[in-house]
Design a protein around this ligand. Structure first.
Ligand code: TXA
Ligand code: MG
Length: 310
């Protein structure tokens, strides 16, 4: 199929008529709908197989839209928006009265972010409104970081996929709950915990991290490939285990998630998808240290490895 002459213009038209757009962002591809159109947002849940009640992030064109979607802008949210947008950071703030329940899952809060991707920004500017978008994967699966991943997961249920190439960050946005004092990271992501803490230094700081990410609807079963994922602290241990499995006829491979963490995050989901395509049964993953992007990479690997997943 040939690309339309003005793909972003087409995407704006799809959003206006209540359709769904595969939207590239710097983190992962989103499944986008007009956040003010209840029926359109409802389609997101149907297409993803996502249970109702899981709130969606509203994507906006600039920080100027924050007061239009928030009943009140907590100082921490203002600081983070100013410093990080456009960028891989989502703030949870009190919702404005007009924000649909289908978007917030009936919560008193709304998640907002400005994505740092030229196609997404062009789309948001030309559309003018807010765009509700979860990651454009089947519910529970690994997030998509290319247009081909979106098509593989969701097929023709998406009206149009904007091809913005491979996502440069590769893991989802950092979610900061600005409803609590001090604010708390609910999901580590593309902006490191340490960077968020530094930015919030002047406005009361950041709550200490407390275990795995807890954004509502974030079940342990998220981010899972078909392959089993086992976690190791050293490459030697992972390699030994993969070798032992291979010797018994199993298909095992080592995922070394240490080293250049920017590159690891960028390639993580594509690697897991390719492992499934190659018929890998067991992924022996080496965890990075819990620093910088290592927080997000570890979080996603813990989730991929969860024994409670379906
Ligand atoms: O990088 C990202 O954040 C990507 C791109 C597309 O922007 N989006 C994304 O959306 O990861 P999703 O729906 O896959 O994950 C968003 C998480 C979910 O766990 C959701 O429950 C949580 O954010 N969330 C959104 N709004 C919330 C709210 N008002 N209260 C609590 N949790 C919220
Ligand atoms: Mg998701």
């Amino acid at each position: 199929m040939s690309e339309p002459a003005d793909p972003v213009g087409e995407a704006v038209a799809v959003l206006r008529r209540g359709g769904l757009v595969g939207m590239p962002t710097e983190t992962v591809y989103g499944l986008a709908a007009d956040a003010a159109n209840e029926a359109a947002v409802g389609k997101i849940f149907a297409v993803k197989g996502r249970p109702a009640g899981h709130p969606l992030i509203v994507h906006v064109a600039s920080a100027e839209a924050l007061p239009m979607w928030a009943a009140e802008v907590p100082p921490a949210a203002a600081v983070l928006a100013e410093a990080c947008w456009p960028g891989p950071l989502t703030v949870l703030v009190p919702r404005a009265a007009h924000v649909l329940d289908v978007v917030t899952g009936g919560r008193p809060t709304v998640g907002l972010r400005v994505p740092a991707h030229p196609l997404a920004l062009d789309l948001l500017h030309r559309f003018g409104g807010g765009v509700a978008a979860p990651s454009a994967n089947r519910f529970g699966h690994v997030s998509p970081t290319t247009a081909a991943h979106v098509r593989a997961d969701l097929g023709t249920a998406v009206d149009l996929v904007l091809d913005g190439g491979a996502c440069p960050v590769g893991v989802e946005s950092t979610i900061v709950d600005c409803m609590v004092d001090p604010p708390q990271i609910l999901r580590p992501g593309g902006i490191a915990d340490e960077a968020v803490a530094r930015l919030l230094d002047g406005v009361g700081g950041l709550a200490a991290a407390s275990g795995p990410s807890r954004a509502s609807g974030m079940l342990a079963s998220h981010y899972a490939p078909t392959a089993m994922v086992e976690l190791y602290d050293t490459l030697a241990a992972a390699t030994a285990r993969a070798g032992a499995l291979t010797a018994t006829g199993r298909v095992a491979d080592v995922l070394d998630a240490t080293g250049d963490l920017v590159a690891v995050a960028q390639g993580l989901y594509a690697w897991l998808r390719t492992a499934d395509d190659r018929g890998v049964e067991v992924v022996c993953a080496v965890l990075p240290p819990p620093t910088g992007l290592g927080h997000a990479i570890r979080d996603r690997l813990f989730k991929a490895a969860s024994p409670t997943r379906p």
